[in-house]
Design a protein around this ligand. Structure first.
Ligand SMILES: [Zn+2]
Length: 442
């Protein structure tokens, strides 16, 4: 018998976590934080030791107490990829279960990096398994990692093979046929599974109402090429900000920086963390092309040099969402003793994640930046999430008996359910819109 408990990420974008129970074995897929609630809580409290219970109450981590009765049955924690909304709660919650964590090599490096930086010890072995391989976890369950594209490397769709059929967990993916780093999605394997019995598909619904096929990362690269190479930036600063975990995007930025013949400097702690993970897993190489600065002191003295040598550097910094403690915010407000001059170029290779805090932070940052009369280039980006027509393809390829929309507020999960209904599924009978903390027996 297979039972699914929707622990988190079914009422919001963030703190993703789902438990799958196969007879007497439980597997936890993803254990992420809700970034905004997490930052709000940890900043307000100014705490050093973060208590898991309080984080749960603050809505910063998934409420795993909803599976208290399954606790002794949990066998493994399986994060799909390295984004914090999928693995960021492991440092706080793993000790509830004391079972191994298994993920892809890049994901495992990022997780180890977070644990080391925050000086947190967990009683879990962190194991890694490459995409497109599988592992017999017990005599009841085999786990398979299927390679898929997303905005960070080594992202997988997880297939749990049970005697009742395959349970597919596709949380955060896009179908990118022209990735700029790494391979195309493994459609062949998804098709093979579709010919077997897929009992359930638990699926990303964030962009389910977006009537498109999500454009490829190579489209984002072309947008970036135009604003980096086809503008006149002579003797002016060029600053690019993007997601630190987006190694493919950072790779493109470095490529164009070299074409511009500028010295490239990465600034910010999270940037250093993800770059290190990418290098140690052989995904990309930056250290021979880029100077990487982590701490404010280093950054401040470098910026002093850069200011004297206008037009010679490409600065890649944290702060694309306007985060008040980021490098870009501190460059703007004078904390790093840096001054923008008219027609300096600031490229936002991202979209504002539409939460009230982010929107307010970004508006404030942009308003203040514009006071320097700089050139701002916005939305040089394509998302890493599947849109409506990608989701339709996934459903058609894998032919699941049941669909459970995940990763979103109710209007998002509802939009995926509507698509499923359009494709012949019936709400409540084989497409199930669930909220946090609910269970379903399949
Ligand atoms: Zn993600």
């Amino acid at each position: 018998m297979a039972e699914i408990c929707t622990i988190g990420g079914y009422n919001e974008v963030g703190k993703n976590s789902t438990a799958v129970k196969v007879d007497d074995e439980v597997y936890i897929l993803d254990m992420g934080i809700h970034l905004e609630n997490y930052i709000r809580y940890t900043e307000d409290e100014d705490i050093i030791v973060v208590e898991p219970k309080e984080l749960m109450q603050a809505g910063a981590v998934p409420n795993v107490s909803v599976i208290d009765d399954w606790k002794s049955k949990v066998r493994m924690i399986l994060p799909t990829h390295a984004h914090l909304d999928h693995l960021g709660a492991i440092p706080y919650l793993a000790n509830n279960f004391k079972v191994p964590v298994m993920c892809t090599p890049f994901t495992s490096e990022v997780l180890k990096g977070i644990l080391a930086e925050d000086k947190i010890k967990i009683n879990s072995k962190i194991k890694s398994m490459s995409a497109n391989s599988s592992f017999q976890l017990s005599n009841k369950v085999k786990v398979e990692f299927i390679h898929v594209t997303h905005s960070t490397p080594h992202t997988v769709i997880i297939a749990l093979h049970t005697k009742e059929g395959v349970i597919l967990y596709a949380n955060d993916f896009k179908f990118d046929m022209f990735p700029t780093l790494g391979k195309k999605p493994n459609f062949k394997r998804l098709e093979e599974l579709g010919k077997q019995k897929v009992l359930a598909l638990i699926c990303d619904s964030t962009y389910a109402s977006d009537a498109r096929k999500m454009p490829s990362e190579s489209v984002a690269k072309q947008m970036l090429r135009e604003v980096m190479l086809d503008i006149n930036s002579r003797n002016k600063h060029v600053v690019v900000t993007t997601f630190s975990s987006h190694i493919a995007r950072l790779n493109s930025i470095v490529e164009f920086g070299q074409k511009l013949n500028r010295k490239i400097v990465f600034m910010g702690r999270s940037m250093a963390k993800y770059v290190r993970a990418a290098e140690s897993t052989g995904i990309a190489k930056f250290t021979n092309k880029v100077e990487i600065l982590k701490y404010s002191g280093q950054i401040k003295s470098k910026l002093k040099k850069i200011a004297k040598d206008r037009g010679k550097y490409l600065m890649v910094v944290t702060g694309h969402q306007g985060e008040p403690k980021s490098v870009l915010a501190k460059m703007m407000n004078g904390e790093l003793k840096f001054k923008f001059l008219p027609e300096d170029n600031i490229i936002f290779s991202c979209k504002t994640i539409p939460t009230p805090t982010n929107i307010a932070n970004r508006e404030r940052l942009e308003l203040n930046l514009r006071a320097f009369n700089v050139r701002v280039f916005k939305d040089i980006h394509q998302s890493g999430h599947a849109a409506r027509e990608d989701l339709r393809d996934l459903i058609n390829i894998t032919k699941p008996q049941h669909i459970i929309p995940a990763h979103g507020e109710l209007k998002m999960t509802g939009a995926l359910a509507d698509l499923a209904v359009e494709m012949g599924y019936k709400k409540g009978s084989n497409v199930h819109v669930m909220e946090n903390g609910e269970r379903i027996v399949l």
